[in-house]
Design a binder for this molecule. Structure first.
Ligand code: THU
Length: 135
């Protein structure tokens, strides 16, 4: 299960710079690596009606799902004020639940920092989750 973490993070960073975030000025980018090496990336997209905002992780995962893909292998993301990444930007609660719908609990989630990255999993971020297996 080896892959290029820095490369995936670079795709997330590139997506981050496309953020539409005029209200929070907080830019986020996400990139999912698929089993065949394809990358689906996305940014956060805000709205004058604040609640209509969409996070980067969901923009990217919805692009993949709507393209007929389910073979997620890893996720990288980063975020910061106007795209300046300092501390790690972990997925919000709603995104954790959406990731939980489609991705393996042990899939790596690489979170960019000022000088590098931190690595975690959904198992760590969303313990005791409610999922389709509970229905
Ligand atoms: N945001 C994301 O895109 N992903 C997260 O996991 C955290 C928050 C966005 C939503 C909003 O556009 C901005 O960051 C500030 O909350």
């Amino acid at each position: 299960m080896s892959y290029d973490r820095e490369g995936l993070l670079a795709a997330a960073r590139e997506a981050m710079m496309k953020a539409y975030a005029p209200y929070s000025n907080f830019y986020v980018g996400a990139a999912y690596l698929m089993e065949d090496g394809t990358i689906y990336s996305g940014c956060n997209i805000e709205n004058a009606s604040y609640g209509a905002a969409n996070c980067a992780e969901r923009t990217a995962i919805f692009k993949a799902i709507s393209d007929g893909r389910r073979d997620f292998k890893a996720l990288a993301l980063c975020g910061g004020p106007k795209g300046v990444v300092d501390k790690a930007c972990y997925p919000c609660g709603i995104c954790r639940q959406v990731i939980n719908e489609f991705c393996d609990k042990d899939m790596e989630i690489v979170v960019g920092t000022k000088d590098g990255y931190e690595v975690t999993t959904l198992a760590e971020l969303l313990p005791h989750s409610f999922s389709k297996d509970d229905l």
